[in-house]
Design a protein around this ligand. Sequence first.
Ligand code: MUC
Ligand code: MG
Length: 432
Amino acid sequence: MPRTPTLAIAASAPGPGAAHGGGSGFGYRTRPLRYWTGGTPRCHLRVIEGPEVRATAVTKIDRIDAIIIDVPTVRGHVVSMTTMLTQSVVLVRVRFSDGSEGLGEGASIGGLSYGPESVESVKLAIDTYIAPALVGMDADAIATASAHMEKAVKGNPIARAAVECALWDGLGRRSGLSVAQLFGGRVHDRLPVAWTLANGNSQTDIEEALRMLETRRHRDFKLKIGKRPVKQDIAHVAAIAAAVGDRGTIRVDVNQAWSLTEARYGARGLQEIGCVLIEQPVARDKLAALKALTDGYEIAIMADEVLQGPADAMRVAANRSADVFAVKVCQSGGLKSASDVIAIARAAGIDLYGGTMLESGLGTAAAIQLFATVPEWQFGTEMFGPLLLKDEILAEPLEYKDFSVTVPQGPGIGVTLDDDKVNFYRRDRRSR
Ligand code: MUC
Ligand code: MG
């Protein structure tokens, strides 16, 4: 006969530093509830059960909180559509009925100038539509939760990704497995990491590139272009390529700024000076133009903004409209969708590049967990998001050395937040 569960009132409002919930045993740092909930004291009911009951109990999604943080960047990041001085991201914390938690992140760039989602829209989608649709669901049934999200929220891949990531993190922490293990196990302990040169000035970019080479931090450089006339951009890239020489590789990201005519001129000029890749040269809806460039030039053409999930990946792959996919967890709609995008690329013979939305250490670590399970990243990755931020929000920063990043160990995403830093940078701090 199974023992009847005993209902016990665990706490009405945990005190500072109190461990939240029932002994997950992962050493997961927690803070008082008001840290994420704005000080509302809540009553926690916890079921204390015998082991035979616990074995069959379903862990539920109890609560989903999303906050925006704004962290200054180490320098102005000049891209074709905006100049970033701050990066804003959404941090998501999901609490589960067994007391465990999961963390996720949603990020974009330059407000709404980069794509159709901003951090404000991500938070709104989570608070208003995703959280109510998911609370009460089985925490381990991530595929079901994702299907619910897709039904409740059309589009909005970044908002869905942030929550899905937190569900994987929670499942990993509960099971003692890393996200990489949940996705089949890591094939890499380290991943190569490119750096973006985007000072808006050739000489400053050259000095930065040389510093990165000397300190063995990065040797693959992505140059943000598309703001100046094409001819000037080619001269800018040529100057940096000459300074870097054969110590590194040079790629460019146009962020959709060129017409097909400009892109033809740019592709010819860039391949002549030894640039190896052009990322998203034309607008994301100009698939025929992307294909014309892919077919017409030796330089690799990479799809970025056009890839908003597996369906787009399929469209691009079906016509082989790109040579390379920049795989982004946020833009794909989550870790599982990003892994589907990767599968489509691999099946179509399209090369891979691990892309970023300039996430903080949390979102970057989540992507690294997935990317570590993929045998080959022909163009490496750009998992440098936290290095562009003036301050670190992880309790333990990711390790960058020898031109690569180390895949974090430990359950879930494998990182913990520095809650004081998060508290300092959260946007609603100013209104509290
Ligand atoms: C993008 O379009 O690739 C990634 C690196 C970077 O500097 O900007 C982002 C966005
Ligand atoms: Mg890009």
